[in-house]
Design a binder for this molecule. Structure first.
Ligand code: GUN
Ligand code: ZN
Length: 426
């Protein structure tokens, strides 16, 4: 079936730092969708005559690609806003106890459903997601994503050095990973990521086995944390004295590849940045989390000097919001703390096509281009009295920036998945 949507359209297919004409904007646009895929996009006046019998739905707001959250933990949904600690103590005190509950499939099902609905409420249609160490926590998430037709990438967390009750073994980690890949490969819009929690939670043998799993399954991603917190970095340096730096601790086990996504990367050596660039691996920048856990500010200047691949992640539950708009606003503030300017179009790119390319789904989503899947969010510049007042008479860049600084889930009027409305603000 063919349907069309008339609205203001905005997308940023490439990093505007490299491609100044990457911003694509139709003040009065038409998006034509057949069976969930975009078959035409352009100015309404130019396109409409080519689709005389196609029903046209008018969308009330600024249509942008569905957001792509490049790093988020669904089992931490109920531990968002947990007070008082930096990373390692926060994990011990708040997160590990909560993750133990995911041994229960019914609990995992309930949280996964809430989590994915929360993503949709925030305009997020794709994500790279941490579950827990439990195999059934992945099943719960994938089943819920399949039901919502969302594009979700995830994979059982590997952590044979985790706390009691939250450990696997090299053998069980491999067996469950292989079973999950077999069970879920090719289903819906799902993808798999080999997911060692971080360097400190896996033995050398498990890190090596994760590298072997990656080599054996060339279609899967690698997803982990990197250089987030100074105490974590010190512990990694002590555990891996022969490694040149934190990244090298992963590299020695074959975990630094073009399909590797590292969350954070706050404390990186120039050597590590060169190696990231050379390998094609990328960083999910998580400014909300970095502020909440006192981890620091991502160094956009260093990353850009090295040409690193970047995306944007909320990192809930260390992140304090599911909103990629709000997180984009914090990315601006994190950049400015290091005297770097993040323009609002680049921030939108990070939250959409940048993240999509990082997750190797950039051919499918992220830019509202012909041939891509019709996942999009309808943003309301008048969602709150303050937003309405601040954006009255404002140009596109000002409106977009106001949405990032003042907006959040309230600014998402609707979310569409494969051309169908999956969320509508009451
Ligand atoms: N490093 C290892 N595990 C975690 C986690 O759950 N959250 C964050 N932010 N960092 C981590
Ligand atoms: Zn994380």
């Amino acid at each position: 079936m063919i349907r069309a949507f008339r609205a203001e359209l905005l997308s940023v297919a490439e990093d505007p730092r490299d491609a100044p004409d990457a911003v694509r904007h139709e003040a009065d646009g038409l998006l034509v969708v057949e069976d969930g895929v975009i078959i035409a996009r352009g100015a309404y006046a130019d396109l409409v005559e080519h689709y005389p019998n196609v029903p046209v739905e008018i969308l009330p707001g600024l249509v942008v690609p569905g957001f792509v959250d490049a790093h988020v933990h669904y089992p931490q949904t109920d531990r968002i806003a947990s007070h008082g600690e930096q990373l390692l103590d926060w994990l011990d005190r708040h997160i590990f106890p909560a993750e133990k509950a995911f041994a229960d499939k019914a609990h995992a099902d309930a949280v996964a459903a809430f989590f994915l609905d929360e993503l949709l409420r925030n305009g997020t249609t794709s994500a790279l997601v941490y579950p827990t160490v439990h195999e059934q926590s992945v099943d719960a998430l994938f089943e819920a994503a399949l039901a919502r037709r969302m594009r979700i990438v995830s994979g059982k967390v590997l952590m044979d050095l985790g706390p009691e009750g939250l450990q696997d073994t090299v053998a069980s980690g491999r067996a469950e990973t292989e079973a999950l890949i077999r069970r879920w490969r090719g289903r819906g819009r799902l993808g798999y990521a080999v997911t060692p929690r971080f360097a400190l939670a896996s033995s050398d043998a498990q890190l090596a086995d994760a590298g072997a799993l990656l080599a054996e399954h060339p279609d899967v991603l690698m997803h982990t944390h990197l250089a987030e917190n100074v105490h974590e970095c010190a512990a990694v340096a002590a555990r891996f004295p022969e490694a040149a730096d934190y990244l090298d601790a992963y590299d020695r086990f074959g975990l630094v590849t073009p399909r590797s996504v590292f969350a954070h990367g706050i404390h990186l050596s120039d050597r590590a940045c060169s190696r990231l660039h050379e390998s094609g691996a990328g960083i999910a920048v998580c400014p909300s989390s970095n502020l909440f856990l006192g981890s620091g500010f991502f160094n956009f200047g260093q990353a850009d000097r090295h040409g690193l691949r970047l995306g944007l992640g909320t990192d809930v539950g260390a992140g304090t919001s599911f909103s990629m708009l709000y997180t984009a606003g914090l990315a601006y503030q994190a950049a400015l703390a290091r005297e770097e300017r993040l323009d609002p179009f680049r921030a939108l790119w990070l939250a959409t096509a940048g993240s999509a390319v990082l997750l190797h789904i950039g051919d499918r989503v992220g830019a509202l281009e012909v041939g891509q899947e019709a996942d999009f969010a309808v943003l309301d510049c008048a969602a709150t009295p303050l937003l309405a007042r601040r954006t009255r008479g404002a140009d596109l860049a000002e409106r977009l920036f106001a949405l990032q600084i003042l907006g959040d889930d309230r600014a998402v009027a609707r979310t569409y998945v494969l051309g169908q409305c999956a969320w509508q603000r009451p």
